[in-house]
Design a protein around this ligand. Structure first.
Ligand SMILES: Nc1ncnc2c1ncn2[C@@H]1O[C@H](COP(=O)(O)OP(=O)(O)O)[C@@H](O)[C@H]1O
Ligand SMILES: [Mg+2]
Ligand SMILES: [Zn+2]
Length: 283
């Protein structure tokens, strides 16, 4: 955080590099109505799964949607969409997002990585400028929704997004476990600190959807997310059950939605997308 604040402009540069970068970002993001940052206090709660499936659900409702993966440590969005080869550079030097469908476009920092499986060590300030440049370089065009997936926690990436995408709203993903809910509180206080509005809360892995009959079995308890949302005066957007096919698809690089058009999880995402659309009309 300190490192970011301490960044000094290069005095030898003729034009103000900040103003130039800001203008680029404004032009990249200016035609997007609603921007959401999907957040979680800890990893493995299903943030990326949620970002991807919500994006598909919104796109299926007829909205123009973009999904942006800025998880420099584990860019999982392309695999979960079943896409590879994420970006093309257009004639103007701008990055053209990959198309999942007519209504859904995707970009991932994966395309900045040397190779797919190579671990990259990013220092804070480098991360900031990589993300900043990445955001400014993508040619989205008109979008109703942009869904941003960042790494878990309240570190450099969500902080960077909050600073660059000033009107982003947070969607916090949690699981029913008490530890995860404690992390929600951390995410909420992070949002307060960086003055990012919280759009709502989603409880993932909320009961098990029986692979045989589709009945929802309450495994770890559920409802904690809704209670926490109420406690903090936040919108509760909905709960998503556990479905072993989510894991299986994620591992094999197949898009869950494509193989499971009719499932409890798919229906849950459709419902949440409907709620998001409705709430977005009011803001
Ligand atoms: N609703 C769900 N049912 C079953 N498995 C899930 C569900 N949501 C996420 N998972 C699995 O949990 C793991 C972590 O999910 P992921 O979306 O990568 O989380 P995060 O981005 O928060 O780290 C993955 O293996 C994913 O397939
Ligand atoms: Mg993730
Ligand atoms: Zn059953």
């Amino acid at each position: 955080m300190v490192e970011i604040m301490d960044k000094v402009p290069d005095p030898s540069a003729k034009k103000d590099p900040h103003a130039e970068q800001d203008a680029k970002i404004n032009s990249a993001l200016g035609k997007i109505r609603h921007k959401f940052l999907v957040m979680s206090g800890k990893g493995g709660v299903g943030k990326t799964s949620t970002a991807v499936n919500l994006s598909i659900a919104l796109a299926n409702k007829g909205f123009k949607v973009g999904i942006m993966d800025v998880d420099l440590h584990g860019p999982d969005v392309p695999r979960m969409l079943g896409l590879n080869g994420m970006l093309e550079v257009g004639p103007n030097g701008k990055l053209t997002p990959a198309s999942y469908s007519n209504n859904l476009k995707a970009v991932s920092v994966e395309s900045l990585m040397p190779t797919k499986d190579e671990a990259v060590i990013w220092r804070g300030p480098i991360k900031y400028s990589a993300i900043q440049q990445f955001i400014g370089d993508v040619e989205w065009g008109e979008l109703d929704f942009l869904v941003i997936d960042s790494p878990p926690g309240t570190g450099d990436e969500p902080l960077t997004i909050a600073q660059i995408v000033k009107d982003a709203k947070a969607i916090i993903v949690t699981t029913p476990q008490e530890v995860a809910l404690a992390d929600v509180r951390k995410s909420i206080s992070f949002c307060k600190r960086v003055k990012m509005n919280v759009f709502g809360l989603i409880e993932n892995m909320s009961g098990l959807s029986c692979p045989h009959c589709g009945e929802i079995i309450d495994l770890f308890g559920s409802g904690g997310g809704e209670k926490t949302a109420r406690q903090f005066g936040l919108n509760f957007l909905g709960r998503i059950p556990i479905d072993p096919n989510v894991v299986q698809c994620g591992d094999s690089g197949q898009c869950y939605r494509d193989a499971n058009a009719d499932s409890n999880v798919t229906r849950a995402f459709d419902e949440i997308a409907g709620k998001m659309a409705e709430l977005s009309r009011k803001i």
